[in-house]
Design a protein around this ligand. Sequence first.
Ligand SMILES: Nc1ncnc2c1ncn2[C@@H]1O[C@H](COP(=O)(O)OP(=O)(O)OP(=O)(O)O)[C@@H](O)[C@H]1O
Ligand code: SF4
Ligand SMILES: [Mg+2]
Length: 340
Amino acid sequence: MNDPILDVTDVTVTYQDGGQTVTAVSDASLTINDGEYLGLVGESGSGKSTLAKTIIGALDDNGTIESGTIRYKGREIQDMGRKQLNREIRWKEISWIPQSSMNSLDPLKRISQQAIELAKVHTDFTKAETKERLSEAFEVVGLPPNRINDYPHEFSGGMNQRAIIALSIFLEPSLIIADEPTTALDVIMQDQIFRYLEELRDRGTTMMLITHDISLVFEFCDTISIMHAAQIAESGPVGELYTDPRHPYSILLQEAFPDFHETNKELSEISGYPPQLGPNPDFCSFAERCPWAGEECYDGQPELESVRDDGVYHTVACVRKDEIDRENRPTQLTGEPTDD
Ligand SMILES: Nc1ncnc2c1ncn2[C@@H]1O[C@H](COP(=O)(O)OP(=O)(O)OP(=O)(O)O)[C@@H](O)[C@H]1O
Ligand code: SF4
Ligand SMILES: [Mg+2]
């Protein structure tokens, strides 16, 4: 088995919001091994981008890492601070394709100038080498290489998104954190970007792909982590979560998305609403929406525990994980807690 390149352990992140403390990530743990592609999925507001920003040191100013450790290649980075992370880790080691690229490019500098400044800090490339690499990256993301000297405002929104992807890959980082990288792009361009991201595997790149689309993860990634209400509900190999998901939310999320193996599949909605984030509840945060919920689910928050005893990484935060069987559901999805 490959070594972990990124190890996130028990990370909790809060935001101060209008006098309230909001827990956006709660005791999250996940591991990405060298060379693996991990998909991080979950509903809107479940904390995916917050976790990504925490890893890369780009949390908003009102965000705080309350606890936990983040190890990159064995080195703890959670206390490094933005400046040190930018100097030592970001771009060359870990690059981040933010969910919205609109504010990530400097509007006053040509794209090539921004690339030259990055390369100067992180590599010994000459200006000519940098421009050549950037031109190649432009070609890959479907931008004309002769436009590397443009300013961001000369590009459309989708072109800006592709320019930030080009800047994120041209230094060939070890780990790419791609947060909904293609949402702003048309279908053909999405396909092209994913084909390229797939090719990066052969160069030994590791990836954390953040998306709300679980079927994309089943198609594209090796492992998956599923977030619900600030917590990791389940993590493991995609094949195993596809055939034998153990968290009810993983089962329902899978049923809500089209399946590339089964094109005629009927889709179902997950009933109820994601919980409002606030202080952590002292029961399972999925209980109000879970067909399997029972009394024991209201007795504290379930912790992430392994369901394998052979060393395979498959963790689940559900007190009933050993009984969960998607073919044997206690009730229809009524959205009401059940007492079975
Ligand atoms: N700067 C902020 N201040 C206060 N609350 C925030 C801030 N940023 C995010 N949040 C809240 O934290 C929670 C998690 O947000 P986050 O952006 O991490 O979710 P997400 O899973 O990436 O959602 P999406 O799929 O919509 O991108 C949400 O409730 C959000 O409203
Ligand atoms: S702990 Fe209970 S309510 Fe929560 S997901 Fe498991 S069965 Fe459902
Ligand atoms: Mg997000």
